[in-house]
Design a protein around this ligand. Sequence first.
Ligand code: SAM
Length: 356
Amino acid sequence: MTTRPHIDFAATSHESYARSLKFFWKETPYRAVVAEAAASGANDVDSLEGSMRPSPAYQLYGWLERRAQQVKYQGRWGMAPTLEPQGERLREILDQGAALQPGRLHLDPNMEMPAYVSDTDIHQLAGGVWDTDVSAFVYEWATSAVSFSMLDPATPLNWYGELMRERFAPAVVLDIGCTAGASTRALKRAMPEAEIHGCDVSAPAVRLAHLRSVEADLAIDYWQMNGEDMSFEDGRFDLVTSHWLIHEVPPSALRRIMAEGRRILRPGGTFAMYDMYLTPGGTIDAWLLDGYAARNNEPFTQPIRNLDMEQELTAAGFTDIRIELSGLQATPEVLSGELPDSRTHYMSVITATAPE
Ligand SMILES: C[S@@+](CC[C@H](N)C(=O)[O-])C[C@H]1O[C@@H](n2cnc3c(N)ncnc32)[C@H](O)[C@@H]1O
């Protein structure tokens, strides 16, 4: 029996339409907005927003950015309405998955869901990804299309897994905020000899991650666990990493995740985060990122971007802090502050060491 949801031709075509909107948005409207913003003379995010609001090009850009996500998830053929009627079957699929290698799946029915997860319709997905089996499959489908950085989704995942192996060669790894396990599997593929764990607050996500790892024959342990308060013993890991987690948590929660990361890392171990943080395209890039976050219901992206990460990691007890642009995006043009021809979300790699 297939463990994939049924997606018919109409839903596939609708997804293709949503993707085309996004591909259009990132080219012509984006270029018009950048040209106008550069000519406006505004040199901080707030005045740029103020001066650009009357611009039809910006209105089109902003509306397309918001609407393409809504088209993807909602409407007659959106991902959520397509999968909702399949809820019972999807639960059975996850139940069957849970019966396979059950020792690798660690659920915590008593875990208290953080309000910033349960109360945020993240990415405009009603209910977010935490509460239903359907939402885990919707998220899996959505992220198999286009990544935040507008690259083929497998490319940054594989690149990041390889980077972690090359730089740190860890033997025991934890991936916090693993969702359906795409990042965790990439880590395992890059480091087949390593002991790999993934954790997430969402039980359906962790159950789906477990199923997909079993299917891919990748030995990974999954935990339903809050990264702010983990049951792992001190010094358990060589690498504690997160891939696209931190823009989804408020600064207070990130501080607790850093403190927990520090506790469960062995001396000399690495804490690593991959997310949107640096804005190499200057004020225009920062303004576009803040606008994207507001339009896509990502309320913590801006406060996280505004954190002084070096100071935060130092306060959490880390040393050797390194903050850099993803090597996939660090072209000479980007590093010289030039905005690219088409919209991308720049990803940063932030690493720090737990002192000996
Ligand atoms: C954008 S997704 C991460 C995607 C995933 N790492 C990947 O690369 O496919 C963010 C995930 O973080 C989870 N999350 C949010 N806060 C968390 C916390 N405090 N502890 C653990 N997971 C958390 C959410 O439930 C969500 O599944």
